[in-house]
Design a binder for this molecule. Structure first.
Ligand code: ARG
Length: 405
């Protein structure tokens, strides 16, 4: 029997997929569970995979790698897709693809399977990653092939085949969660007029339930990487976990958008990303202080390109390597501390300082201690406006004559 490694989460789709790959396709299934901080119950996930027909269950704690190799570069790039998606799901996929490729080679699998749908972006990310890393592997995507027309039908199949699934018939959300945030789809959310029901939220409280008192926190960055929270040095995973908790308690990080998928359809997406919201806001604010105008302009253009790369599964490409090189250089001076106020869903920068600051109070001040050369402004403007003056003179000439008519 051909051997296949399946990216297994223990959720509805991949649990039904184990069963289907074995029963309908005759595969020997190795289930691989990647821990990106979604706090999987590994004993339960393993039990479920094996009970559903996997021959082997493997799990890998990828949190450190996820943070260092994927989340930190995304922070440095200020990566946000379209109107507020911090790319939490998108960033996890190339890492899982990397691991699937590794396991496939180690376990002698010719095939790889994922539980992505034909309409989504995740199929693109997995398959682009695999194509870049181990192009000879063949991909099977059960959700693109099987006959189920809806998640409800899948739930029914699971119940009929005694596949234990964590989804109830009346609450069929599809949730992908990791350290960088949660993506929630399906169910009532598909109606863009419908407000997200409260039970779709996992990482944040609603603003009404957040404390009535604001809290102020300090975040310190070194070369674009967050290293301290409230003066305490923390490793990346711990820092993000602590930030998720803190910001989530203050209702920060809810995003509700209509997004343009790679394949061309629009979809309504709900995200929760407390830590990402605070850290991306803080990082951008620090860059305002430490990067030159010209670098900021270029970086914001490239930041969009970088976000598109992450979104559309182009992680293992020459373009990302090239953009990474640019971004790495820009982060040299992005060191400093931000004071942030968290209050009922809002996260506001209220203070910033940096040993690499380009902000010079003696130049900016309108108070005493002003070091700016006021007389020099006149000569500057004489020259600065030369071109505009030429246009102004021509406008006047054209009004009083036939020029330009
Ligand atoms: N729209 C998001 C993206 O493409 C989220 C995908 C979420 N996947 C899920 N299984 N809920 O990155």
């Amino acid at each position: 029997m051909p051997k296949i490694v399946l990216a297994y989460s223990g959720g509805l789709d991949t649990s039904v997929a184990v069963h289907w790959l074995r029963k309908e396709k005759g595969f020997t299934v190795v289930a691989f569970c990647a821990d990106l901080g979604q706090a999987p119950d590994l004993a339960l996930t393993k039990k479920r995979a094996m009970a559903t027909g996997a021959v082997e269950f493997l799990a890998e704690d990828l949190r450190e790698r996820f943070v260092h190799e994927y989340v930190f570069p995304a922070i440095q790039a200020n990566a946000i897709y379209e109107n507020g998606y911090p790319l939490n799901t998108a960033l996890g996929r190339p890492l899982i693809a990397q691991e699937l490729a590794r396991v496939a080679i180690e376990k002698g699998c010719e095939f790889v399977a994922h539980g992505c749908t034909a309409k989504g972006n995740d199929q693109v990310r997995f398959e682009a990653g695999l194509a870049a890393l181990e192009p000879q592997l063949k991909v099977v995507a059960p959700l693109r092939e099987w006959k189920f027309k809806s998640r409800e039908e899948e739930v029914d199949y699971a119940l009929a085949n005694k596949i234990e699934v964590p989804v109830k018939r009346d609450k069929p959300y599809s949730i992908d969660i990791n350290l960088w945030g949660a993506s929630i789809e399906c169910g009532e959310l598909e109606d863009p007029w419908q407000a997200p029901p409260e039970d779709t939220h996992l990482m944040t409280v609603p603003a009404e339930k957040a404390p009535d008192k604001a809290v102020e926190i300090e975040v310190e960055f070194e070369q674009g990487i967050p290293v301290k929270l409230n003066k305490k040095a923390l490793g990346g995973v711990k820092l993000i976990e602590a930030m998720n908790k803190l910001a989530g308690e203050h209702a920060i990080g809810r995003v509700d958008v209509i997004e343009n998928r790679v394949i061309g359809i629009k979809s309504r997406e709900v995200y929760e990303a407390p830590a990402a919201t605070v850290l991306l806001t803080a990082h951008k604010a620090l860059e305002e202080m430490t990067l030159s105008r010209e670098v900021l302009r270029q970086k914001s253009i490239l930041s969009q390109a970088y976000s598109d790369i992450i979104y559309s599964g182009q992680w293992f490409t020459d373009l990302r390597d090239a953009l990474d090189a640019f971004i790495r250089v820009t982060q040299k001076y992005v060191t400093g501390t931000l004071r942030m106020r968290l209050y009922k869903g809002q996260c506001v920068v209220v203070g910033r300082r940096s040993p690499c600051s380009l902000y010079d109070k003696s130049l900016a001040t309108y108070g005493s201690g002003d070091a700016f050369n006021h007389e020099a402004a006149k000569g500057f403007l004489d020259i600065y406006n030369l071109g505009i003056k030429a246009q102004g003179l021509r406008r006047k000439r054209s009004l009083s004559s036939e020029v330009g008519k």
